[in-house]
Design a protein around this ligand. Structure first.
Ligand code: C2O
Ligand code: CU
Ligand code: CU
Length: 529
């Protein structure tokens, strides 16, 4: 795609999508007469008369704690097939399963170690999104794992309880790898949160929910053709790997940890009957106190934690609604970015007899006020086309070098008419203001990804702590995956005071199509270990 001339897809695409929407509806009718296939990992039951199947809950990743207290996990990225739509078998990719991946769960203070094998036919990486992690274990484009290769990152978890996630980050192919199914949840626990009365029985009243959109070809394969300006937009909403799911609820309160795992689609989530819910957490942890809401918007990569009060025997539908303000996009452009679409996301089916839930705590977390009083560096990031500050990603270019344990203020401006968001690796930031106004309560907590509407400006306060590395950078980028693949990304090294960046020893050009090409010393990792 040429960045000089803005790619504009012909209007006829809309009628094609309308056609596909019609197709997507038919498998429900067909599924009644089809034998239901059991894919190897997603426990899918036979559809009921509504055509809905129970929401698959990703299994908790198995782990072994060794004599020195290190918790070991193993993941294998591999291809498989999944019954995303009832009665259809779709080739997919997954971690230790046919699609998505097991939920990693670890405690603050614990050292985790991973053995990650790549059984895919392509080079990939595993990035820990939202995780405070040493740069060489970040899993960005510098930590590629070739087919047959292995990667073994390890670090000590040092951040508050949060809903984080992991996904591939091979430069130039992130969108496709994630679209094919590679993504998983990463939950951090801590003592404070365990001592609270929040629902926290995994898979019972504490539910991970990966929300994605997919499109299918007539043979049931994932359709990777015709990306829009925001990437591959699907006409089928998939939750935890399947379309048309319902969740049986047995408790008065249910906590949903929702991830927008889509490459380019934004979701304006709420309930069909306008029911209120309580937001308790954002990307990097719990809010200071519960916030009542009827809608919550998530751009790609963002998470929210909400608690929903259900009524016995009364179903509720979690829906994606059109964006009232079109997410700040011009009226005649909103439809092509999917901002006017609406979808059912997940039906909640409460039992007639609900178990009692404890009341929510009035205070959730000790959240310090965002503090920019000791700022040592201010930086500006203009998002436009597939560039940040007029430059595309270059794995050999370090854009800047923050000093560890100092405070920075970043001003991120969307100088475009496209929707963009902004994600920073390694740290959780706080939003100082959006167009000069302090953030609303739902955006006032820890964040690692923030939506930046066309023409608007968001100021962030952030600190990089603990880890320094003169060789391996962290990334910042738009998390619309097509945009990041096209180069809307940059890199920074976190350095100790007075430390110099290591010289770049190999200087091979990045190949944008394959994501291959080594850059910083040892960065290629071809063949892994
Ligand atoms: Cu979720 Cu750099 O990524
Ligand atoms: Cu990330
Ligand atoms: Cu973007």
């Amino acid at each position: 795609m040429n960045i000089q001339s803005r790619p504009r897809l012909p209007r006829t695409r809309l009628s094609r999508r309308t056609f596909l929407l019609g197709l997507a509806a038919t498998p429900l009718a067909l599924s009644a007469g089809c034998a239901t296939r059991q894919p190897d990992t997603v426990p899918v039951a036979v559809s009921d008369t509504t055509g809905r199947r129970p929401l698959p809950i990703p299994p908790l990743a198995e782990s072994v704690v060794d004599a020195s207290g290190v918790r070991h996990f193993a993941l294998t990225a591999a291809a498989g097939t999944t019954e995303i739509i009832a009665g259809k078998s779709t080739p997919t990719w997954g971690y230790s399963g046919s699609v998505l991946g097991p939920t990693i769960r670890a405690r603050r203070g614990e050292t985790v170690a991973f053995t990650i094998d790549n059984a895919l036919p392509e080079t990939t990486t595993v990035h820990w999104h939202g995780v405070h992690v040493p740069a060489r274990f970040d899993g960005g484009p510098h930590q590629s794992i070739a087919p047959g290769g292995r990667w073994e990152p390890s670090w000590t978890v040092n951040q508050p309880a949060a809903t984080l996630w992991y996904h591939p980050h091979p430069h130039g192919s992130t969108e496709k790898h994630a679209y094919r199914g590679l993504a998983g949840m990463f939950l951090v626990d801590d003592d404070e949160t365990d001592a609270s009365t929040l629902p926290r029985v995994y898979g019972v009243d504490d539910i991970p929910l990966v929300v994605q959109d997919r499109r299918f070809t007539v043979d049931g394969s994932l359709d990777e053709s015709d990306p829009t300006d925001v990437g591959l937009l699907g006409d089928t909403i998939v939750t935890n790997g399947i379309a048309d799911a319902y969740l049986s609820v047995r408790t008065e309160l249910v906590r949903l940890r929702i991830l927008n795992g889509s490459g380019g689609r934004m979701y304006n989530l709420g309930f069909g009957g306008g029911e209120e819910f309580t937001m308790i957490g954002s990307d990097g942890g719990l809010l200071a106190e519960p916030v009542r809401a009827t809608r919550i918007a998530l751009s790609p990569g963002e998470r929210t934690e909400i608690v929903v009060a259900v009524r016995p025997g009364t179903p509720m539908m979690l829906r994606a609604f059109p964006f009232d303000d079109r997410a700040g996009v011009a009226r005649d452009e909103a439809a092509q970015y999917g901002l006017t679409d609406s979808f059912d996301v997940l039906e909640l089916r409460p039992a007639a007899d609900l178990e009692r839930s404890a009341a929510l705590p009035a205070v959730l977390a000790a959240l310090p006020r965002p503090d920019a009083s000791d700022v040592v560096a201010r930086r500006r990031f203009d998002l436009q086309w597939f560039m940040i500050n007029g430059e595309r990603m270059d794995m050999n270019r370090i854009d800047f070098t923050p000093t560890v344990d100092t405070t920075e203020v970043w001003t991120v401006r969307n100088a475009d008419n496209w929707p963009h968001n902004f994600h920073v690796h390694d740290t959780q930031f706080r939003i100082l203001d959006i167009d000069g106004t302090p953030p609303p309560p739902v955006l006032a907590g820890w964040k690692d990804t923030v939506y930046v509407a066309p023409g608007s400006e968001v100021r962030l306060v952030l600190r990089f702590t603990e880890y320094t590395d003169p060789t391996y950078p962290y990334m910042f980028h738009c998390h619309l995956m097509l945009h990041e693949d096209q180069g809307m990304m940059g890199q920074f090294l976190v350095l100790a005071p007075g430390q110099e960046p290591a010289p770049v020893t190999m200087d091979m050009d990045m190949d944008m199509d394959t994501g291959m090409g080594a850059s910083r010393p040892g960065a290629g990792g071809h063949g892994g270990h």
